[in-house]
Design a protein around this ligand. Structure first.
Ligand code: ADP
Ligand code: MG
Length: 322
């Protein structure tokens, strides 16, 4: 869907030339979320902005659906690409509905259609249209404004979304909430997404695959579990942190490691887990209650199986062996 081929951007500065992005090649599949992860200044924003041609590459190519974007009119190109940035940039003198309708209006949609689309997107982002459509940006919280930024990027239903640290300015509680909502939305929309972050936890949560950047270079491109299990070098290992096993546990659900109950017995007061719980919660319960296994039940308290320390260890080792 999106293919970068030896993409390079060099800036001439008074102190000599700076390689902002250095021969980056990667491919993002349709419907996939790829997180570009790395410290400040490593070339993430420059890479995004080359994709929608806000920055012109020094060399290398970008293909969108097999088409060299060099040969596409930039205005037409951007119509198929939604762009969300941290400094949302809502127009303060326009209502929420009008802000969402900016691009549809440029495309000549009539007022009724624009309004309908704005209301549809507000509902999708859990903001009741009756309450929010006619507010002005200064009547929104940070999290709400960020949701409007996402709605605006989705207005003409572009197949591709570029998101540059979209949730970085939010407090942790709001950030978690909007991440969860976004994941839920993405499950139905299946956009192809390039998402910039400098936060490993956010990357692990949002990404199908993570591209780690270091000084303009792509140093590893892998699914979260693989990245956490096998950092490519000491830079990546340092970036993902010493608690990477805990992070991996958060990625795995109880349903993936269930075993039959067999002849195990359980204390009356032992807590139950649900198939959707992640293994970090299970590990915490093991520690707290000093047991080696816990019963997994569904929402009607039917026993589905057990999760054991051994099964968890095996599941972690499985990836290590690959
Ligand atoms: P990130 O988004 O990962 O923080 P950027 O892509 O914004 O990083 O920047 C990568 C590098 O390129 C940095 O060293 C930055 O200073 C440099 N850079 C970005 N834009 C320009 C520019 N217009 N002129 C000169 N240097 C730039
Ligand atoms: Mg940036």
């Amino acid at each position: 869907m999106i293919r970068l081929q030896a993409l390079t951007k060099t800036y001439a500065t008074p102190k000599g030339s700076v390689s902002a992005v250095d021969r980056v090649s990667l491919e993002v599949h349709e419907g996939e979320t790829c997180v570009l992860l790395g410290p400040s200044g490593c070339g993430k924003t420059t890479t995004l902005r080359m994709i929608n041609r806000l920055v012109v590459p020094t060399s290398g190519k970008i293909f969108l659906n097999g088409r060299d974007t060099d040969s596409v009119d930039p205005v037409e190109l951007r119509r198929g690409i939604g762009y969300v940035i941290q400094q949302i940039g809502l127009f303060p003198n326009m209502t929420v509905a009008e802000n969402i309708g900016v691009v549809p209006r440029l495309l000549g949609w009539d007022a009724v259609r624009r309004r309908r689309r704005a209301e549809e997107l507000l509902s999708l982002l859990a903001l009741p249209p009756a309450d929010f459509a006619d507010r002005y940006p200064n009547e929104l919280s940070g999290g709400q404004a960020q949701r409007i930024g996402v709605a605006r990027a989705l207005a003409v239903d572009p197949p591709v979304l570029l998101m540059d640290e979209p949730f970085a300015a939010l407090d942790p509680v709001n950030r978690e909430a909007i991440q969860d909502e976004f994941l839920r939305m993405q499950r139905t929309l299946r956009k192809t997404i390039l998402f910039v972050s400098h936060d490993i936890d956010e990357a692990v949560k949002m990404a199908d695959r993570i591209a780690i950047f270091h000084a303009g270079r792509l140093v590893q491109f892998a699914p979260p579990d693989e990245l956490l299990a096998h950092p490519a070098d000491t830079f990546v290992a340092g970036f993902v942190g010493s608690d990477r096993t805990l992070k991996r546990l958060r990625l795995i659900r109880v349903r993936e490691v269930l075993a039959p109950v067999g002849d195990r017995t359980f204390a009356m007061n032992a807590p139950h887990v649900s198939p959707d719980d992640d293994l970090r919660r299970v590990a915490a319960l093991f520690l707290e209650h000093g047991n080696e296994s816990l019963v997994c039940v569904d929402s009607s308290s039917r026993v589905l199986g057990v999760v054991t320390r051994e099964a968890i260890a095996q599941r972690l080792a499985l990836q290590d062996a690959q």
